[in-house]
Design a protein around this ligand. Structure first.
Ligand SMILES: [Fe+2]
Ligand SMILES: [Fe+2]
Length: 287
């Protein structure tokens, strides 16, 4: 998959870099300010190049175009487990001995949630949260599939990693989009703003008729690090967002810190998860 448009050898490269920025013992909400050791600007060169492309290309115009292209959900009809197997065909260039398959990451996340005794909708949310990465299999470059998400249509918040790269983004010079509120109004609610396009927003739209709001928020905002881990965008939030933020924060450690070298037994777990999926989803949904 590696090319000039796709600098990461694996989508996991971005997630591994998250672990560098947010190690397990960091203090939520103020990691950047309190940890002098951790520079946000020393990611490996290929990860840095990924951020450069992401910050260059994520504009309001691209966002609208991607929504029009994908949100009619006209590409496929398939069930959740089928989508997991489809995502697993995504072959990364990274060493297969040291990296988990996509199904394994999903199951490690959901199993960690299950082990802590959380409700079934929450376990299912963990299982499906990254299925939007199938966008890569629809020939989408990495910069519009993964990475930290942020709001487009207003100024790029200073807490966004590699903020300097936004100087090359045309929206940063557009008066309509480069003020504090841009095209939005105070406390308009985050569901009324455009987040940078990627697997989160796509997957939220795929499953929005099937999960409770709490699970949907976890999916839609799980890569929204400037918001859930840096405290940005309070001026756009309404009361509903404050409730949802608690769920997203509850979910984040399961996504970030459930990776272990001990791969889950997919075959053994499949019957449990097939039943769980059937409680919430019809046999096929639109993608
Ligand atoms: Fe993700
Ligand atoms: Fe994930």
């Amino acid at each position: 998959m590696k090319s000039s448009e796709n600098p990461l050898t694996s989508l996991d490269d971005w997630e591994d870099d998250l672990l560098r920025r947010y190690p397990e013992d960091h203090e939520p909400g103020n990691g950047k300010q309190t940890d002098e050791f951790r520079s946000y600007d020393d990611a490996p060169p290929h990860v840095r190049e990924f951020y450069r492309l992401n910050h260059l290309h994520q504009t309001v115009e691209i966002n609208r175009r991607k929504r029009n292209e994908f949100l009619p959900l006209r590409r496929r009809r398939m069930g959740i487990w089928d989508a997991m197997e489809f995502l697993n065909t995504l072959v990364d260039d990274s060493d297969p001995d040291t990296s988990l398959s996509q199904i394994e990451h999903l199951l490690q996340t959901s199993e960690a949630i299950r082990a802590d005794g959380h409700p079934r909708w929450f376990i299912l949310t963990g299982l499906i949260h990254d299925l939007g990465k199938i966008l890569c299999l629809f020939d989408q470059p990495q910069w519009c599939v993964t990475g930290d998400t942020f709001v487009v249509g207003c100024e790029f918040d200073s807490s966004i990693v590699y903020h300097d790269f936004f100087t090359a983004n045309p929206d940063s010079k557009n008066e309509k989009y480069n003020s504090k509120f841009g095209i939005y109004s105070p406390h308009c609610g985050l569901r009324n703003v455009m987040l940078s396009w990627g697997h989160d927003e796509y997957m939220y739209n795929v499953c929005k008729d099937y999960l409770p709001d709490s699970g949907l928020a976890m999916i839609r905002y799980h890569s929204f690090y400037p918001w859930h881990s840096e405290g940005a965008y309070a001026h756009l939030m309404d009361d509903y967002d404050h409730q949802m933020l608690e769920y997203v924060k509850l979910f984040n450690p399961y996504d970030l810190y459930s990776k272990s070298d001990d791969p889950p037994d997919v075959e053994r777990l499949q019957p449990f998860y097939e039943q769980l999926i059937a409680e919430f989803f019809p046999p096929e949904i639109s993608w």
